[in-house]
Write a protein that binds this ligand. Structure first.
Ligand SMILES: Cc1cc2nc3c(=O)[nH]c(=O)nc-3n(C[C@H](O)[C@H](O)[C@H](O)COP(=O)(O)OP(=O)(O)OC[C@H]3O[C@@H](n4cnc5c(N)ncnc54)[C@H](O)[C@@H]3O)c2cc1C
Ligand code: SF4
Length: 519
């Protein structure tokens, strides 16, 4: 296989910014259709053989640690958890792949007026999305779909299932994962080692690093440029985008021409790039004529309960998030809030447990708490967060990163609906573990946001959104949003399957329009 290299002045290529779930998928889908793609990725490329089963070693290698500032209800020192590496956050992720539900795509119609929120219905229906869910599940080898077996329940999941039965939950299983339950796509089945967050040494967990990216390279229509930090998207007199300025691995500013540009840099960086692309014609940035870029920033809430059980659980063995209760993922205002949440088993390493569950403990108290490590069981509750105009990403007025680029600033205040849901979810988690004999439960109310969404949302109208239902930015039809930034609601379910499905759908749209000469 000879890797293709494209010239900087080749204006026939599609430039994709970001190689994670959205960008990696879009790039491969286009390359498979014979469309030439250059992918600019800020992070470096790691081989499977570079991965080690050690979170502490892998974290600094792959995490986005460039400066970000935040205020409101965020952890100021680490407001969001994303990756800076080839494969993006599919390097770190835990592979949970539920579909959104029909009503979650119609939040404005379903939830009615919710003060402070700015919901719109998605400009596409579940029926339109369904064929692409099926394609994404096939591509990612999602368990429990297309005849693929589900993953086995580990002990942590068995504790959850037993507690769920006591609470009367009925929608309980090991869930759907983009983790091989049987050998698939030349990758082995999950070995149940429990190091999913470090990256999967076996490649059993789907990551664009070793699925979409090498497959795209094999087509001869794709070039990956790691350590290439996109700075701004450029445009011609009419507003058509025509290339991307980026800093290469040596810090030299280059310009790659393009016929189409896709931004898939994860919601915070996507907004940052659009805002940083301001010109005389577009002083507030690209796609930002109605001051909507960066707004409606959503992050699903994440609570955890860590409980000491009467006997050993060894929750660190097996997939990190290996199970699912969906009974609470429903719109039932009688609980005191709109929309819903999922409950899943989760394991934390001793280091993470220390930082998150025992922040005030030290010395003997900490040693005593940790001596129970083998008896811990864990639960993760993940729920919908509404869009608000004031929750937004802006460019910091003064602070610059090591590239000299304005640092993204995150302002986020949690809505009362999310607060009420969070409270309900925490109680249900504690109840569940108590029902099966927990001796003590530690509550974790907040962790850095891993699901960042909505900062360039799709809409039927430029008055309420940044892009249309294909991800094409209003006023710049050859500029596309290809990640979770385009989401209109966060839903209760983990977002990546939907990001991948939308990217497959977008690739078909782009290919169709290239063929007819519209793009
Ligand atoms: C610990 C953890 C566990 C998770 N588990 C799950 C799960 O089980 N299920 C689920 O659905 N989701 C999960 N997620 C979320 C999931 O990883 C993301 O939803 C998904 O990866 C987002 O895809 P993306 O394409 O938007 O961005 P990413 O996958 O983050 O890719 C964005 C890429 O863009 C690059 N980039 C950014 N800025 C620039 C720039 N200026 N120039 C060039 N490149 C740039 C980044 O380096 C990155 O590689 C998890 C996240 C975390 C942190
Ligand atoms: S538990 Fe499975 S998916 Fe997770 S790291 Fe181990 S082999 Fe990979």
């Amino acid at each position: 296989m000879s890797i293709r290299h494209f010239n900087l002045d080749d204006d026939t290529v599609v430039v994709v910014i970001g190689s994670g779930a959205g960008g990696g998928t879009l790039a491969n889908e286009l390359a498979q259709k014979g469309i030439d793609v250059v992918c600019l990725e800020a992070g470096s490329r790691i081989d499977l053989s570079d991965i080690v089963n050690d979170e502490a070693k892998m974290f600094p290698k792959v995490t986005w640690l460039d400066q970000r500032t935040g205020n409101g209800d965020v952890i100021p020192s680490f407001p969001a958890w994303t990756c800076k590496t080839v494969g993006g956050t599919t390097f770190h992720w835990t592979g949970v792949c539920p579909r959104f539900q029909d009503y979650e795509l119609k939040p404005a119609s379903t939830y009615g007026t919710m003060p402070g929120t700015n919901y719109i219905d998605w400009p596409l229906t579940y029926e339109e999305l369904l064929p692409f869910y099926e394609k994404a599940e096939q591509k990612m080898g999602v368990t429990g779909r297309n005849g693929r077996p589900k993953l086995p329940a580990n002990n942590n999941c068995k504790v959850m299932i037993a507690g769920a039965q006591k609470l009367g939950y009925t929608s309980v299983s090991t869930g759907h994962h983009a983790i091989n339950s049987v050998e698939f796509d030349n990758r082995p089945s999950c070995q149940q080692t429990g190091f999913c967050l470090s990256g999967c040494v076996y490649g059993a967990k789907w990551s664009t690093l070793y699925t979409e990216i090498p497959k795209a390279e094999e087509t001869g229509h794709f070039e990956l440029r790691p350590q290439s930090m996109a700075v701004r998207i450029t445009h011609d007199k009419e507003g058509k985008v025509n290339g991307v300025d980026y800093l290469d691995s040596t810090g030299i500013l280059k310009h790659q021409k393009a016929r189409i540009v896709s931004v898939a840099a994860n919601a915070i960086e996507t907004a940052r790039i659009l805002l940083n692309s301001s010109t005389e014609k577009y002083p507030s940035g690209l796609g930002n004529g109605n001051d909507l870029v960066g707004r409606h920033y959503m992050r699903q809430f994440t609570n955890m309960v860590m409980s000491v059980m009467p006997g050993p659980v060894n929750f660190h063995r097996g997939t990190v998030v290996g199970g699912l209760i969906s009974d609470e993922a429903r719109h039932d205002p009688s609980r005191g809030f709109s929309s819903g949440y999922l409950i899943m088993p989760v394991a934390l390493s001793p280091e993470s447990l220390t930082v998150n569950a025992f922040p005030g403990l030290w010395g003997k108290d900490l040693a005593d708490a940790l001596s129970n490590y083998t008896n811990f069981a864990g639960l993760l509750m993940l729920g919908e967060d509404p869009p608000e105009l004031t929750n937004r990403i802006t460019l910091h007025k003064d602070q610059k990163d090591h590239h000299g680029l304005p640092v993204p600033h995150i302002h986020y205040k949690e809505h009362d609906n999310t607060k009420a849901m969070r409270k309900h979810a925490m109680q249900r988690g504690i109840d569940l573990h108590s029902a099966v004999g927990a001796l003590n439960s530690y509550e974790i109310w907040n962790v850095p946001a891993g699901h960042n969404l909505g900062t360039a949302r799709m809409s039927g109208s430029p008055k309420t959104g940044v892009c249309d239902k294909w991800g094409s930015v209003f006023g710049h039809e050859n500029l596309f949003i290809s990640d979770g930034s385009s989401f209109c609601s966060s839903a209760a379910e983990n977002p990546t399957l939907t990001i991948v499905s939308l990217a497959i759908r977008q690739a078909e749209y782009i290919a169709r329009n290239i063929k007819t000469g519209t793009l």
